[in-house]
Design a protein around this ligand. Structure first.
Ligand code: ADP
Ligand code: MG
Length: 256
């Protein structure tokens, strides 16, 4: 991993909804081919930060950079083209229940890439289903799958266009600890085997500390701690300390 070279960078990113300042001058650096976990309390601006980075929500101020391109300076058509470099697996995986898993995965290939070659589409879909270790579910509908399987299909769909960065918004929320571990391990494989940068909003603090290269702690639209898990764990900010205590010390994982 080249820690000095961010693949995504935000500079003084600002977003308000009416008088509610949700993002306040957020400076975030995500190193290429890394796993970055974004943590913080509910309602603190994590999802808005993601949506602003990928261009779903226009910021009021500041910049978003993807490698050497300032996304916030692009006209809409160029931004749309650039968004193909990003995959997203959002909380409610948003799979179409009226389509089979195979059709769900084929959808972006047909609609975004305008691929017509059925055999090539089938091959790409089957390759990814094998990669997520669910090779036989192509003909099933998402509502016939377990929660953990749906999440993995959501990850496969986020990967189908071969993005350079994948954004996960709370991929483990609502899953039991064993399934959460499966999804965390999938993120590790996405980074290691595919070289794709993973940016992950998560409430699974032990999981984040285990798999992430960098952690950004967001509070009320500001980053209050950022860096390696060890550096964030050493932060003296009371809220960071409270998160560490509740997630590790009170569970007996660490003694202080
Ligand atoms: N489209 C929107 N319009 C108005 N307010 C919004 C919108 N999206 C998010 N918010 C508000 O911004 C704040 C941060 O939301 P969010 O980023 O979703 O929090 P979280 O950290 O839980 O992901 C919340 O108070 C939310 O109500
Ligand atoms: Mg959220």
């Amino acid at each position: 991993m080249n820690a000095s070279k961010p693949i995504i960078r935000t500079w003084k990113l600002h977003k308000s909804f009416g008088s509610h300042q949700v993002l306040q001058e957020v400076n975030l650096n995500i190193p290429e081919a890394s796993i970055c976990a974004v943590i913080g309390q509910s309602g603190t601006g994590k999802s808005v930060l993601f949506k602003t980075i990928i261009g779903m929500i226009p910021p009021d101020g500041g910049q978003v950079w993807f490698k050497d391109t300032e996304l916030t300076a692009l006209p809409p058509d160029k931004l749309m083209a650039m968004r193909k470099s990003f995959g997203y697996a959002f909380q409610n995986a948003a799979l179409f229940d009226s389509m089979t898993v195979e059709e769900n995965l084929a959808f972006p290939l047909k609609e975004v890439l305008r691929l017509k070659d059925r055999e090539a589409i089938r091959k790409r879909v089957s390759e990814l289903l094998t990669w997520i270790e669910l090779p036989d579910i192509g003909a099933k509908r998402p509502d016939a799958l377990s929660g953990g399987m749906r999440k993995r299909v959501g990850v496969a769909r986020a990967l189908i266009l071969r993005p350079e960065v994948i954004f996960f918004d709370e991929p483990t929320t609502g899953l039991d600890p064993v399934l959460s571990e499966t999804i965390n391990n999938l993120a590790v494989r996405v980074r290691r085997e595919l070289g794709v940068t993973c940016v992950m909003i998560t409430h699974d603090i032990p999981g984040a500390f285990r798999i992430a290269d960098t952690i950004a702690f967001l509070d009320q639209g500001r980053i209050i701690a950022e860096g390696s898990p060890a550096a964030v764990a050493r932060s003296e900010h009371p809220l960071v300390q409270a998160f560490i205590r509740i997630s590790f010390v009170d569970k007996g994982v660490l003694s202080l």
